[in-house]
Design a protein around this ligand. Structure first.
Ligand code: NAP
Length: 292
């Protein structure tokens, strides 16, 4: 690797940006730093980082730039700073700020208008989990740009998933996977109320759920393949079992006098799917209701 390939600018030194910069420094990169509040760079400068006086100066310092700030409003504020648009010419910006698919499309268009290559990345890990062989990072953008940026991104996350040329893809997949997480989390919290109400040790409940997860993950993967195939003949789990199970969870919550919002939502969807004649199909056929 030549020296130019070991030069990177990091814009944004919040909880995540500081870790990003440190990982590059640890790997012997020349790292130019910029943050709205310059004092956040002090510890990194002490470790060899170079503080730029402006965002534009940071961008000019290296071909490769990584930005990780609070949200796209913050990123837009940086894009609007003096000299930044001009400094983008010939740069490769990997935008690791979390945003929506629309944010990503607009940022890519802005970068291209100013002569820069652009990649969108969605970090799916906490700062402490960065830099590991399995750290998940969703990335999308032009293939040749990804090929150039990949060695840099691998310093940050070994578990890169490249999702193709649409810049919006990483943000969209981030939302899809987060939907899975939040759905699971809501169910987990309702289960915690059942556990509390029954006098169980809720930590023990957490451990039991953790034990179930690998099997459950395999089941989700199967249901994804079923949806993609379009063949909803029963293979693993008939919808009717879930119609009855969610109804039972709802009824038990009502009898116990605990919160019923989550089971009412879940049981309502499965009841409607059953009424639509999907009860005799594979569980994943619920997607047909969601498509309407
Ligand atoms: P953070 O600690 O709150 O830091 C926010 C950063 O954004 C700081 O550098 C801040 O600068 C900058 N900023 C905010 N508003 C700005 C503005 N108007 N102009 C210029 N800079 C501005 O956030 P973080 O945890 O590092 O997260 C950064 C990104 O990583 C987010 O998009 C987040 O969703 C994503 N992410 C974070 C985690 C996590 O666990 N932390 C996990 C996955 C993804 P100042 O220092 O000057 O305030």
């Amino acid at each position: 690797m030549s020296n130019t390939h070991k030069e990177v600018s990091v814009l944004g030194l919040g909880a995540m940006g500081v870790v990003i910069a440190r990982l590059f420094l640890d790997q012997g990169y020349k790292v130019t730093l910029w943050n709205r509040s310059a004092d956040k760079a002090d510890a990194l400068v002490a470790c060899g980082g170079v503080l730029a006086r402006s965002a534009a100066e940071a961008l000019r310092a290296s071909r490769m730039a990584v930005m990780c700030v609070y949200d796209y409003r913050a990123a837009d504020a940086i894009f609007a700073m003096e000299g930044v648009a001009a400094a983008m010419d010939g740069r490769l910006l990997a935008q690791l700020t979390t945003g929506s698919p629309k944010d990503a499309r607009e940022a890519e268009a802005w970068a291209h208008r100013h002569g820069a290559a652009y990649l969108e990345g969605a970090i799916q890990a906490a700062p402490d989990q960065m830099g590991r062989p399995d750290t998940p990072l969703l990335v999308s953008g032009v293939q040749a740009v990804f090929a150039e940026a990949e060695p840099f991104l691998k310093v940050l996350a070994g578990g890169i998933v490249y999702l193709g040329e649409k810049a919006s893809a990483a943000a969209a997949m981030d939302l899809a996977t987060l939907s899975s997480i939040y759905g699971t989390m809501l169910g987990f919290l309702h289960g915690a109320r059942i556990a509390e109400h029954e006098g169980f040790d809720v930590a023990e409940y957490g451990r039991i759920v953790a034990g179930i997860m690998p099997t459950f993950a395999g089941f989700l993967q199967h249901e994804g393949a079923v949806i993609q195939s379009g063949d909803f003949a029963i293979t693993q789990s008939p919808m009717r079992i879930s119609v009855e199970a969610t109804q039972r969870i709802l009824q038990t919550a009502q009898e116990a006098g605990i919160n019923t919002e989550f089971p009412a939502f879940a049981a309502g969807l499965f009841r409607r799917a059953d009424a639509a004649g999907l009860g005799g199909e594979e569980l994943a056929a619920l997607i047909k209701l969601l498509r309407q």
